[in-house]
Design a protein around this ligand. Structure first.
Ligand SMILES: *Cc1c(COP(=O)(O)O)cnc(C)c1O
Length: 225
């Protein structure tokens, strides 16, 4: 293990955790109510080994194939960690995703819900689910439109017996994140959903102020990709 890398990554993680705790306290929240997801996509193995050595056990990946290459062996060895899919999921990869991930944060289509429900019942493994909401209504971005979110969540429960535990969003680049996080929190509240995955390296403290239960941090922990 590269000692310098261990030192650098350990310090970065301590720094992020301290800032999460400070943001939580200033919002009158328990710092333990916010989980840090270390986004390991496209990071070199050495950095991930160093992060693992710090005790970090929740990781986010945005591609099924890349995640499988990196994490399947650890899973087979029986090591305990939580793996979260934070990137778009194609229907034809639903089976692999259900097998590998503990949480799928990017459920946003009826057809995908069907594929996940089907794979889960065949494989006897049910990842926890978040619904991605396209709060900025950006044409190129995944996620259900805010005004369709209630109906989509109702359909998951009614038609697929799926129980999403929360919502996820990625605010538009170059816009203040706060209003997007506030909108996500509002949709979650009126649908009785507890989990809110919001906030990345540039805005995770804002996420915490607006009620994030999970923040997804990559470059602020690992360095630039
Ligand atoms: C890459 C990624 C992140 C982490 O981004 P950083 O800016 O490096 O923290 C978080 N969420 C999603 C959905 C991502 O794709």
């Amino acid at each position: 293990m590269d000692e310098d890398l261990l030192q650098t990554i350990g310090a970065a993680r301590e720094g992020v955790l301290a800032r999460i705790a400070a943001a939580a306290k200033s919002a009158g929240r328990d710092p333990a109510s916010v989980r840090l997801t270390a986004v390991s996509k496209m990071q070199p193995d050495g950095r991930i080994e160093a992060m693992w050595a710090t005790g970090q056990r929740t990781y986010g990946e945005n591609r099924v194939q890349e995640a499988e290459a990196r994490w399947a062996a650890r899973r087979e060895r029986g090591e305990a960690f939580e793996l979260r899919l934070i990137g778009p999921l194609q229907t034809n990869k639903a089976r692999e995703a259900v097998l590998l991930f503990d949480v799928i944060e990017t459920l946003d289509r009826v057809r995908l819900a069907g594929a996940i429900a089907d794979a889960a019942s065949k494989l006897g493994r049910s990842p926890r689910l978040l619904v991605q909401v396209n709060t900025g209504e950006e044409a190129q971005k995944a996620g259900v439109a805010p005004r369709q979110a209630d109906a989509f969540i109702a359909a998951l429960r009614r038609d697929f017996s799926l129980s999403p535990e929360g919502l996820m969003c990625i605010p538009p680049v170059g816009e203040p994140a706060g209003p997007h996080f506030a909108l996500l929190a509002k949709i979650a509240e009126r649908n009785g959903l507890a989990a809110l995955s919001m906030g990345m390296s540039a805005d995770y403290e804002i996420g915490v102020l607006f009620g994030a239960t999970h923040v997804r941090v990559g470059s602020a922990l690992f360095g630039a990709r």
